[in-house]
Design a binder for this molecule. Sequence first.
Ligand SMILES: N[C@@H](CCC(=O)N[C@@H](CS)C(=O)NCC(=O)O)C(=O)O
Length: 206
Amino acid sequence: MSIVFYEAPMSSATPVSWALAELEVPHERVRFDLAAGDQRKPEFLKINPNGKVPTLVVDGTPLFEALAIMIWLGDRYGVERGMWPKGDAAERLQALSWSTWGYVSFGSAVQRLAYATSERVEPELRSEGQAKLARQDTDALLTVLDGRLADARWILRQAFSLTDLIVASVVWYGTMVGIALDPYPNVKAWLERCCDRPQFKRSTAG
Ligand SMILES: N[C@@H](CCC(=O)N[C@@H](CS)C(=O)NCC(=O)O)C(=O)O
């Protein structure tokens, strides 16, 4: 199988880079300079018309959106590596639920917080009110995750899995936009365990 991975350092492609490393997936890498506009070149827009990384090309077929890529990697490589549950197993339903929870429910609240507070956003577009609402949502969601991790080291209980990687990637991003994990000791300890993995360290080293 031929896999080409279009990526950029410290971007939405970083979790995919981490997943490829954990799953030991052979692939070719194309590193983009986003500031230089590599992602807007016509030849890349034919592959991903959104002009975004991460993007994979699998045997000539484009696959974009980080969550879709990681679920596919789970099905294709994670099952045989023991990092993604297969078929109709109860654990697979949990894996899909928590992975989507991470990218869609928690991820959208984190993104709203980033837009409301980031110094990269023009001051007149920032909003204390929107930041407050986003924080209410991230607080509620982190309370749920903290409960899930109260009696287990990993989200699917037995061992580190792609589900931890997917959710941890978004929680880690959340810490970078100002979410403090002290009120959620189980989440804090779990994120430290995830980020302690050599594959994470290599993927975030630049
Ligand atoms: N929802 C997309 C987000 C992808 C995304 O926003 N990628 C950014 C890098 S963090 C990008 O490629 N930006 C380039 C641009 O917008 O020109 C995913 O999860 O894959």
